[in-house]
Design a protein around this ligand. Structure first.
Ligand code: NAD
Length: 256
């Protein structure tokens, strides 16, 4: 059980982050949810997790595109035994048409935020004598596809940074790993269907089967519960010697 541990999950009012928060709470960890909004429904998500699982759950607003707010999130969380860097956005366009502000936002949210939160969290893990850094990268942290230059640059960056954090903590009871999901049907994936339909001149079903799941040999989306389960495993004693590596949850994508 993860009782007594606090997990901070960035970008967790939706999709994978929210699913991971639920699984960590079901495994007994107190959880801190986050996004850049501060709505009643954001706080209600934390209350629902606390009610259903009995753990302590809080929602803290912080914009992961801003370094100071990333660090502030970790400070406000108090304890941060398990840091799950999950906040991420996507934008699809050929590189010569890629909007500069989208490039900057993707690098800031998908890559730089993990630098800032990790820098702020490691001293807390060291003081606690135990810690886990889990970065939600992507199959696109290991392979590429057209039209996703910023995302792929950011995710490869996350995988590289994960290895360095693992080396810097190698002789401490702290591990750092990246999870590389294939396609998971979340709002982020839902949102890229229209642009991908345009890029490939396809309908929705064709985009799902022929573009998205084309490289996912299982022909099934991974689920947020499976990603949460992978985070729980990486937080367990069985994973004490797993560090500086990637775990693919991609239906065979990277075996191709
Ligand atoms: P999602 O859009 O459902 O969730 C993204 C989360 O990030 C949301 O909670 C959103 O509020 C938050 N977020 C966005 N901008 C933020 C900001 N500036 N500050 C704080 N929070 C912010 O998407 P998802 O599919 O659940 O993606 C979660 C992570 O998983 C991302 O890093 C994504 O790249 C990665 N991933 C997703 C898939 C997939 O198929 N869905 C595959 C591989 C990797």
């Amino acid at each position: 059980s993860l009782q007594g541990k606090t997990a901070v999950i960035t970008g967790s009012n939706s999709g994978i982050g929210l699913g991971v928060a639920w699984e960590m709470a079901r495994a007994g960890a107190d959880v801190v949810l986050n996004s850049f909004t501060d709505r009643e429904e954001d706080h209600a998500l934390a209350a629902e997790i606390a009610n259903e699982t009995g753990v302590q759950a809080r929602y803290i607003k912080a914009d992961m595109s801003k370094g100071e707010e990333c660090r502030e999130l970790i400070e406000q969380a108090g304890a941060c035994d398990i840091l799950i860097n999950n906040a991420g956005i996507q934008f699809v366009a050929p590189i010569d048409e890629f909007p500069v502000e989208k490039w900057d936002a993707i690098i800031a949210i998908n890559l730089n935020s993990a630098f800032h939160t990790t820098a702020a969290a490691l001293p807390k893990m060291r003081a606690a004598g135990w810690g886990r850094v889990i970065n939600i990268a992507s199959a696109h942290g290991l392979t590429a596809s057209p039209f996703k230059s910023a995302y792929i640059a950011a995710k490869h960056g996350v995988v590289g940074m994960t290895k360095t954090v693992a080396l810097e903590t190698a002789q401490e009871p702290i591990t750092a790993n990246a999870i590389c999901p294939g396609y998971v049907l979340t709002p982020l994936v839902e949102a890229q269907i229209p642009n991908t339909m345009k890029e490939y001149n396809m309908d929705r079903e064709q985009v799902i089967r022929e573009v998205m799941l084309q490289r996912q040999p299982s022909k099934e989306f991974a689920t947020v519960e499976q990603l949460g389960g992978t985070c729980v495993f990486l937080s367990s004693p069985a994973a004490d010697q797993i560090t500086g590596t990637t775990i693919s949850v991609d239906g065979g994508w990277t075996a191709l």
